[in-house]
Design a protein around this ligand. Structure first.
Ligand SMILES: [Ca+2]
Length: 244
């Protein structure tokens, strides 16, 4: 019985270990790998900027693509986006082109890292990021904020993952089912201590997969069945003795 209990426990814990996951990322160019727009501007796609210095003339180089190797300059691939100007505040934006469905569970995540400590004594403000979700009744229309997470920090030593369960973090979004989604990553502070890099943005429907029986589980089921046969066979002589 003890062996069977252990196998049953194994089966249950194997099934419970299946995690919810995003099945398809709705973000285009999530890792900023496209070379089409190495400088993000108010008119670049799929990522564009809002609030850059000198954006009126669309020639600000405040938010750029930087190159590097995974784990250092970039989180993955060979490129990342960077808020390169200490003095400037700016926002990286993407219209996802899909409608929010309040019956589904979504997840929003991205990685950030700070670098290049400024030597300028004016650059004293925290190098933080705000993440927000906006919606509009028409695609590429007028978007309104449906929730904001502010003050997200990272370090110079490693890339930091920021991950949000949409329902609990952006509570007001639930009232806007059917509206088109927009995501924003904002450097709200001017005169920050560091440059801030962003990589691997993900936004998608969270699905808890129904597990297929794995090889280990099938083996355990077979082993459980086999033990039953062995026990019955071993019991037979005792039963014969008692009958004698
Ligand atoms: Ca990348």
């Amino acid at each position: 019985m003890k062996t069977r209990f252990c196998l049953l426990f194994f089966l249950l814990t194997s099934a419970a270990s299946v995690q919810a996951a995003i099945v398809s990322n709705l973000v285009q160019d999530p890792g900023f790998e496209s070379t089409v727009s190495p400088v993000l501007t108010s008119t670049s796609t799929p990522w564009f900027t809002i609030g850059e210095d000198n954006e009126v003339n669309n020639n600000s180089t405040s938010v750029i693509q930087v190159t590097g190797s995974p784990g250092s300059g970039v989180n993955s691939g060979s490129r990342a986006a960077q808020f390169a100007f200490y003095f400037d505040a700016a926002t990286i934006v993407q219209n996802l082109g899909v409608q929010y469905d309040s019956s589904k569970t979504y997840e929003f995540s991205f990685y950030s890292r700070i670098s290049n400590l400024s030597a300028n004594s004016l650059h004293i403000n925290p190098s933080t990021i705000n993440a927000s979700i906006w919606t509009s009744s028409t695609i590429n229309g007028t978007y309104a904020s449906r929730g904001l997470i502010s003050g997200l920090t990272s370090t110079t030593t490693d890339w930091t993952e920021h991950r949000f369960d949409i329902a609990s973090t952006f509570g007001t979004l639930g009232s806007f089912s059917g509206e088109f989604l927009q995501i924003r990553l904002d450097k709200p502070n001017t005169n920050t201590t560091h440059r801030i890099s962003i990589d691997d943005v993900a936004f998608g429907v969270q699905v808890t997969a129904v597990p297929e029986p794995s090889g280990a589980i099938l083996f355990a089921l077979a082993a459980t069945a086999g033990l039953g046969v062995v026990r019955r066979k071993r019991r037979s002589p005792e039963q014969l003795m008692s009958l004698a």
